[in-house]
Design a protein around this ligand. Structure first.
Ligand SMILES: Nc1ncnc2c1ncn2[C@@H]1O[C@H](COP(=O)(O)OP(=O)(O)O)[C@@H](O)[C@H]1O
Ligand SMILES: [Mg+2]
Length: 424
């Protein structure tokens, strides 16, 4: 006996709203994850314990569980992009083309496509060793970014401002790379923006443009808030959107969301990267509040082959000033308490969530894991948003026993290793 169900790849916290939404639509859901301790494992009607990066294994596990896939989807998980495309293709379901999935998750392939299609981007060179990286530095320096080609969540990214820093940056990137392949890029200056969009039938539908506010150095590229409106003129926003449209089409994204970062320097907007997924930082929920487009619903529609593009047009909302604002600990350390307190009762607060919990380690802000949680907020003006945010942050009940960054990083690595072991 098989029962039809929507297959969701990944049981992380970010999948939870998607599963909830699928259920509200009356869909039966099946979540696939290689770990049993993930927060959304128990949310779905069926949980299949299987590493979804093994696509044949996933097909077999779904069959063994009696699940007939109606569609395949995921929210904000970079790891799920290629397996999701392959799984959909193997099952004859709608999905992102596999070639686009591969390009969207490999920074070297992606930059090569931008170069070939004339999309404004950064000079780059692939690297596997210190010697490669030094040679690239000599061409692209004096300021470069070194990062894994297959990275996500800002893991292993370094901002290198002198030749002496190349060696430690290469080490850092190699530690975080699964493939052992790195990219050295020309550093792009300017403020950073996120474009959320959807490509359907080859047509690019922009949904929202947000300012990506970054944590100060030594953090590299860690987002503190996605803020709407983004603060640029309509003409500049049109330029930002156009660069992302050209990037998404160069990659070949279709039947999928776009989550892209752009830096706006003196010579206009240039691509940082373009993902073929929803953002992981409540971007879809924020877009719904500030421009009235329900990206989660569109992901479900697309997975089921029902999307027609009509519900992708932004509209005026009562409180268009909003952000997903990450909760950043004042220092890393052991979490004594991380509770929402009475924050949900405050004006403008739509949601709050914590990524780490009491007893766990809050690592340094060296990757996106250093963020403790996220608040989703709106207001009628920028000033009101700032005032509401100050109140909301103060209302959270957070106590952290501080640790030296290096000690916190070591404790965090231990915690991650123990979690993996416990489940092996
Ligand atoms: N070439 C670059 N120039 C300037 N900043 C960059 C560059 N590449 C990455 N960054 C910064 O680092 C962040 C993470 O890099 P990205 O390539 O998006 O990796 P990830 O996939 O880990 O998010 C970017 O959002 C940006 O802030
Ligand atoms: Mg990125």
């Amino acid at each position: 006996m098989t029962a039809p169900a929507l297959v969701v790849l990944g049981a992380g916290l970010s999948q939870r709203p998607l599963i909830r939404r699928a259920k509200e639509r009356g869909l039966t859901t099946c979540v696939v994850d290689g770990r049993t301790d993930r927060p959304a494992a128990a949310d779905a009607d069926t949980f299949v314990h299987q590493d979804f990066s093994d696509v044949p294994g996933t097909i077999a596990a779904l069959a063994a569980a009696g699940v007939e896939a109606l569609g395949v989807c995921s929210m904000g998980s970079e790891q799920a992009v290629v397996p999701g495309a392959r799984l959909a293709e193997a099952l004859g379901l709608p999905g992102l083309p596999v070639t686009a999935a591969l390009a969207a998750t490999d920074k070297v392939v992606q930059r090569g496509l931008y170069r070939d299609h004339g999309v404004p981007s950064a000079g780059f060179a692939p690297a596997r060793s210190l010697a490669d990286a030094l040679a690239a530095y000599d061409v692209l320096g004096p300021r470069v970014i070194i990062k894994p080609t297959d990275g996500a969540a800002q893991r292993g990214v370094s901002d290198v401002q002198s030749r002496d820093e190349v060696a430690s940056a290469v080490e850092h990137a190699l530690r975080e790379s699964r493939s052992g392949e790195l990219i050295v890029e020309e550093h792009l200056s300017g403020l950073e923006y996120t474009v959320n969009a959807f490509v359907l039938g080859g047509v690019f539908h922009p949904v929202s443009v947000t300012l990506r506010e970054l944590a100060p150095a030594p953090a590299v590229g860690i987002c503190v808030a996605h803020r709407h409106p983004c603060g640029r003129s309509d003409e500049e926003i049109a330029l930002i959107v156009d660069v992302v449209r050209r990037a998404a089409l160069a990659i070949g994204i279709d039947a999928a969301p776009v989550y892209a970062q752009v830096r706006f320097g003196a010579d206009g907007p240039r691509m940082i990267e373009c993902g073929a997924r929803l953002g992981g930082g409540s971007d879809a929920q924020l877009a719904q509040l500030v421009v009235g487009v329900d990206l989660m619903e569109t992901v479900l529609d697309a997975a089921l082959g029902l999307l027609d593009g009509e519900n992708l047009a932004p509209r005026a909302m009562p409180e268009p000033h909003g952000h997903s604002r990450f909760v950043i600990p004042t220092a890393p350390g052991r979490i004594v308490r991380a509770d929402e307190g009475a924050v949900r009762e405050l004006p403008g607060v739509h949601d709050v969530g914590f990524f780490h919990h009491a007893g766990q380690i809050a690592p340094p802000l060296w990757s996106a894991s250093g963020r403790l949680g996220v608040l989703l907020m709106t207001a009628a003006s920028d000033a009101e948003l700032d005032a509401r945010t100050t109140h909301a942050l103060a209302a959270l009940d957070v106590i952290i026993e501080p640790m030296e960054p290096a000690a916190a990083a070591a404790a965090w690595n231990d915690q991650v290793a123990r979690e993996r072991e416990g489940l092996a």
